[in-house]
Design a protein around this ligand. Structure first.
Ligand SMILES: C[S@@+](CC[C@H](N)C(=O)[O-])C[C@H]1O[C@@H](n2cnc3c(N)ncnc32)[C@H](O)[C@@H]1O
Length: 614
């Protein structure tokens, strides 16, 4: 609302909207629907069941444009950089998801995200015009302040409910990200998306489109507030939100809930072990299942027990007779009672039962628990509405395996709850899971406690929260040997000019293009950053083993060798001796010595090594 009074036209529109809400879409008149509403016999263009919104095709294009950036390591921000396999990435998640596509395709076991809910009050990035040139893009958005941080005035806009494309903007933001995220999931992988009533209906349709309706595993209900909210005019307090859970394929499943065996006892010292008394009645009337309606006769007393006429028994007559002979039917003390099954714990088919979509608040907690957990670690309330750690730990326990090196990804990491939840879960069951958290360098507001404490961005505070969560685990378990470190990487411009975005309208573009052939490596490129960029471009993951020896960078022993410092007959020989699958060399290192380059190519070919120069 801008507070100005409505024009006569707006008043009429308002009246029309009250009268015919079905003829409006995102606050604007849908002319076709208006005609239909008024009884005109028209065919709706595009008449079929689908989720459509303004900008869907652009959103699809945005996800197809290749990444122009890369990730560079920030060792000084990391803990135990060389050994750890946990990863924290600072940067815009659409671009990060693109950068990760090759290396993490089909590798992630679980994704949890808690994106902006589109409350009308939150800000997020839209539209994603990644197809425009970098210069245009920066001019349009003026998106970075003098320290290079994203500002809300730039790319990061508030999407208010008055906005004519309120739902479309949100869908445009979510669509490409979810699409790319799906590629990263393993075939038995699962994605959890937190959401509330503002967009749950659209998200469900969107996820159906991307993951397939048949892969909906559940729409979980989480009670986020303990006490009712009295601020609503309607006097309805929405106390819950949802977590939509989709699998990549039918191969995925939850671990489920352990069956409570405490009710199995052995008061009669039955040699078959503990047992429980289980109801034998069924669910069908005599008309529906006549064979389940019969009297059960106690052979010792000859008393007959008729079934409940509305339910019958759950087992057939012959089945029950066998059970009587086997001492597995309990007869009641009074003739008015009903026989029951003596069920032995050893005969249980499974140890587990289904995971309820109704989350147990005693286990997962409320938003206030999340807030308290972050405040306890950070000594102040520095982040609004973090999720409780136990909520995410529960999902991790349900989907990942303790001993497998499952990767859990959160690309809307916020204060880093997923990072902490994963470390806590590993510490509790000695697991080997790893996380990848992605968080925008979103500036904290100058008035916020976070800013006052020195955290300039949300990524900064998330990193510190995870550092403190790690220290807490180590202090509480001094002998714990699990991975409590993390590698920090930052989204950055490519180290290679040809992979950066070029302004094709720029008249100097051709000149620039020629310059690329002379030396494609950017002026300020640091070798270590080039190593990481080439790792990603070659589809190797960020935890690949990198050995720097004899001026060569050797990846995963012999998978890949990078020649980034010198190319002489000696280095070529050393590289070939390593018998790698592939060698990548910087073209400029051959210093125009075409003979050396041709010889190198021939020798590599003879040795069966794939050879590429850049
Ligand atoms: C609702 S919060 C997540 C809170 C988190 N679950 C927690 O417990 O702390 C969403 C976060 O996503 C971040 N975000 C929004 N758009 C993003 C983008 N395009 N790339 C990366 N992060 C983004 C925001 O900065 C915000 O911190």
């Amino acid at each position: 609302m801008d507070g100005t009074s409505l024009t006569p036209q707006e008043i009429k529109l308002q009246q029309l909207k009250e009268l015919l809400p079905e003829a409006f879409s995102e606050g604007k008149i849908d002319w076709e629907k208006l005609q239909l509403t008024l009884g005109r016999d028209i065919n709706l263009s595009n008449e079929r069941y689908l989720l459509n919104w303004a900008g869907k095709s652009d959103a699809f294009r945005a996800l197809q444009t290749p990444a122009t950036q890369t990730l560079i390591p920030l060792k000084e921000e990391s803990i135990n950089f060389e050994e750890t396999e946990n990863i924290f990435i600072e940067g815009e998640n659409l671009e990060v998801l693109k950068v990760l596509q090759r290396s993490y395709f089909n590798k992630v076991k679980m994704i949890y995200i808690d994106p902006p809910y589109n409350t009308g009050n939150d800000s997020f990035i839209y539209p994603d015009k990644f197809s425009e040139t970098k210069d245009d893009y920066q001019k349009r958005v003026g998106d970075k302040d003098e320290d290079g941080y994203m500002t809300k005035e730039g790319l990061y806009h508030k999407n208010s409910k008055e906005n004519g494309q309120y739902h479309s903007n949100w869908l445009n933001m979510m669509y490409p990200r979810l699409f790319l995220a799906k590629n990263l999931l393993k075939d038995d992988g699962v994605i959890f998306v937190s959401i509330d009533d503002n967009e749950v209906h659209n998200l469900r349709m969107l996820m159906n489109e991307i993951f397939g309706e048949e892969n909906l595993m559940g729409q979980l209900l989480w009670k986020r507030r303990q006490n009712a909210d009295s601020r609503n005019q309607s006097n309805v307090s929405t106390d819950h939100e949802y977590i939509l859970v989709y699998s990549k394929s039918s191969l995925a499943s939850f671990v489920g809930k352990e069956i409570d065996k405490s009710k199995y006892k052995n008061p009669d010292k039955d040699e078959r072990g503990p047992w429980a008394s289980i109801d034998l009645s069924g669910l069908a009337t005599k008309d529906q299942r006549p064979n389940l309606h019969y009297d059960i006769v106690d052979p010792e007393t000859n008393i007959s027990y008729p079934p409940n006429p509305r339910r019958g028994w759950s087992k057939s007559k012959s089945n029950v007779e066998e059970m009587i002979a086997d001492g597995r039917i309990l007869f009641p003390k009074l003739p008015s009672g009903r026989p029951r099954e003596k069920k032995f714990v050893k005969d249980l088919q499974k140890d587990r039962t289904g995971f309820s979509t109704w989350l147990n608040s005693k286990i997962v907690g409320y938003t206030t628990n999340g807030t308290r957990q972050v405040s306890a670690l950070m000594e102040d309330k520095i982040f609004d509405f973090p999720k409780p750690v136990a909520l995410i730990s529960l999902f991790i326990e349900q989907i990942t395996k303790t001993k497998e090196e499952d990767i859990v990804l959160d690309f809307f990491a916020g204060s880093g709850t997923t990072g902490q939840a994963l470390l806590d879960t590993n510490a509790a069951d000695d697991g080997n899971r790893k996380y990848i958290c992605v968080q925008l360098q979103e500036r904290t507001s100058e008035k916020s406690e976070a800013f006052k404490q020195g955290y300039k961005t949300i990524a900064d505070l998330a990193k510190e929260r995870i550092r403190r969560a790690s220290s807490k685990i180590q202090n509480e378990n001094p002998d714990y040997k699990g991975d409590l470190g993390f590698k920090v990487l930052k989204l950055s411009d490519s180290n290679f000019k040809q992979w950066r975005q070029l302004d094709v309208k720029d008249e100097k573009a051709i000149e620039k293009q020629l310059d690329m052939f002379v030396d494609p490596v950017s002026e300020n490129a640091v070798i270590e950053n080039i190593v990481y960029e080439l790792l990603l471009k070659s589809g190797k993951d960020l935890n690949s083993k990198i050995t720097h020896k004899d001026s060569l960078y050797i990846i995963n022993d012999n998978e890949l060798v990078m020649m980034l410092e010198q190319a002489t007959e000696e280095t070529v020989k050393t590289a070939i001796k390593l018998k790698p699958i592939k060698v990548i060399a910087l073209d400029k290192l051959f210093k125009g010595n075409d003979q050396l380059k041709t010889n190198t190519a021939l020798q590599m070919k003879d040795a069966g090594i794939e050879f590429k120069t850049i």
